[in-house]
Design a protein around this ligand. Sequence first.
Ligand code: NAD
Length: 387
Amino acid sequence: MLIGVPKETLKGETRVAISPEVTKKLVAQGHTVQVEQGAGQSAHWPDSHYEAVGATVVDAATALASDMVITVRAPQDGTRRQLKSGAVLIGMLDPFDTDGLQALADAGVTAFALEAAPRISRAQSLDVLSSQANLAGYKAVMLAAHHYPKLFPMLMTAAGTIKAARVVVLGVGVAGLQAIATAKRLGAVIEASDVRPAVKEQVESLGGKFIDVPYETAEEREAAEGVGGYARPMPASWLERQKAEVARRVAQADIVITTALIPGRDAPTLVTAAMVESMKPGSVIVDMAAGRGAQTQGEDGRGGNCELSRLDSTVNHGGVTVLGPGNLPAEVPTDASALYARNVLDFLKLIVKDGQLALDLDDEIVRACLMTQGGALLRGKGPAPAA
Ligand code: NAD
């Protein structure tokens, strides 16, 4: 197949969808790979690295006119118009972006959103949410350490002892687990909260302490089970008790990292302004859900899990630094792109057979990721059966 890899156009996006390593494999499989000039530059892969493994370096229009176009983010208006009708587009296309997906359907593109893959064992190697969240969790801790005016580990020195930093992680999915593991490696003392009970064991196995908020009703227990591995909104009664427990921990914390999300919904507010005010000056909050909170509806990207965070900004509130990084994987573009490209390569195994597109819509992964086909907006539901 003729595969195109355009340069990402979204502001601040430094990743590239296909690495030289994966290009080499695609070329070995008989595909022709056209990489836009400079596409890998921000990930520190110059054009020559792609050419060395058999890719052709082309202009944007040529890359976008390929039979299959692979991106990191959904193409913006200008680039979307350059896709061919009937082309296949693969990327993180945002399954909840109805307008963007409708535009792809209207353009006659067969679009796959990789974020829509089900959280099942067979999908692990192509799970872009996990590969990117894992790196984001690491980077969030690095960012916190950079802004924190003290150290993470306990240090006994001739000049006296330095206490270990207290880190609270709220939301323990893939990013939260990596944040715990990274903070632990740096020597911090960690506490963590999540709605899903299965997380307790994972937190403890990484050396953290789970903030237990027992379920008191069948409704709370049922909500906590989530759906498809994801969290569901918890009843207000449980959230109130969680808030009280979290507030006590946050007041003692030096670092708070929040990653609590519910797919397709506003991020829950877990750290209020009052809680921020209870923290010591010099403390740092990294809100990985910044810009996705119910408070965000203002124009300024305010709010995520923390009421005071602002998307892509640093807020100083009474000496507490509140960071709202919107795209942490883009801050580690080489590794993020390398893992993303391997995810894509694995996804291609499901939809390309003998060098040709071969869609098996009985495959639950293919079906879940298929957003548009033949002009229709399918969003993981598959085409309607023939009348
Ligand atoms: P996510 O980014 O959607 O959410 C992050 C975390 O926030 C989740 O753990 C969620 O339970 C938690 N959360 C939501 N509301 C909260 C609240 N009010 N308070 C505290 N925490 C709250 O999650 P994710 O990282 O994408 O992982 C989602 C699930 O998928 C997890 O169960 C994970 O283990 C599972 N998973 C499975 C596979 C696989 O088997 N292929 C791969 C990766 C992840």
